[in-house]
Design a protein around this ligand. Structure first.
Ligand code: DX5
Ligand code: ZN
Length: 216
């Protein structure tokens, strides 16, 4: 089954509660939550207090994408704040195996993320352990960029490995996805789709519905 994970990075933070309610009403079940530290990526977004507040207001599945240096330091705190799944970047982490174990020991799902310049081989040793792999289709740091189509080759490679090795991890794509190009990502083998700026503008419910129609 294909899943849409709307990224609140593109939301209007003064209306965050209502906008989350709108994506839920339109049929989304995940929420993608981008945490940026101004170190691993050039900009800063938000952290635990925001996640804690929206956790009280929403039962959606919280897909937390940590774009932070040494994410292993912060796993407990994000788990406590309300994450259901924690995504960390292989480029930022010295101990992927320990980090995945720690996430699982807290009862949360674990995902490993690769930047456009990182090959699948960098995460191959961990594929048996993770619940999801996130393939970035833009350089992380900002919403509203154009999808780098060549990153979908890595999605195909991951789907082939999953099939051949009978592994059941989900494959998520993040960056520049719109209702017009989402079918390309699905055809490559992705089954979890992040979308920020194509969801949180104008008619939010209509935007979610347009995505979901393309994802059936
Ligand atoms: C980028 C973030 C994305 C971003 C996607 O660093 O990881 O999740 O919010 O935004 P769009 O869909 O606008 O590319
Ligand atoms: Zn993201």
């Amino acid at each position: 089954m294909n899943i849409l994970s709307p990224s609140i990075l593109a939301a209007d933070f003064a209306k965050l509660g209502e906008q989350i309610e709108a994506v839920k009403k339109a049929g989304a079940r995940y929420l993608h939550i981008d945490v940026m530290d101004g170190q691993f990526v050039p900009t800063i977004s938000f952290g635990m207090p925001v996640i804690r507040s929206i956790r009280k207001a929403s039962e959606l599945f919280f897909d937390v994408h940590l774009m932070i240096d040494r994410p292993e330091r912060m796993i407990e705190r994000f788990a406590e704040s309300g994450a259901d799944l924690i995504n960390f970047h292989i480029e930022a982490n010295g101990d992927p195996e320990g980090t995945i174990r720690r996430i699982h020991s807290l009862g949360k799902k674990a995902a490993i993320t690769i930047n456009p310049g990182t090959p699948v081989s960098a995460i191959e040793p961990y594929l048996e352990m993770v619940d999801m792999v996130l393939v970035m289709t833009v350089e992380p740091g900002y919403g509203g960029q154009k999808m780098i189509v060549s990153c979908l080759d890595k999605v195909k490679e991951l789907r082939r490995i999953a099939d051949e090795c009978r592994l059941s991890f989900d494959i998520e794509v993040d960056g520049g996805i719109t209702p017009e190009n989402v079918s390309m990502a699905l055809e490559a083998g992705a089954n979890v789709i992040v979308a920020g700026s194509a969801v949180f503008r104008d008619d939010i419910e209509g935007n979610v519905k347009r995505f979901l129609e393309q994802m059936r």
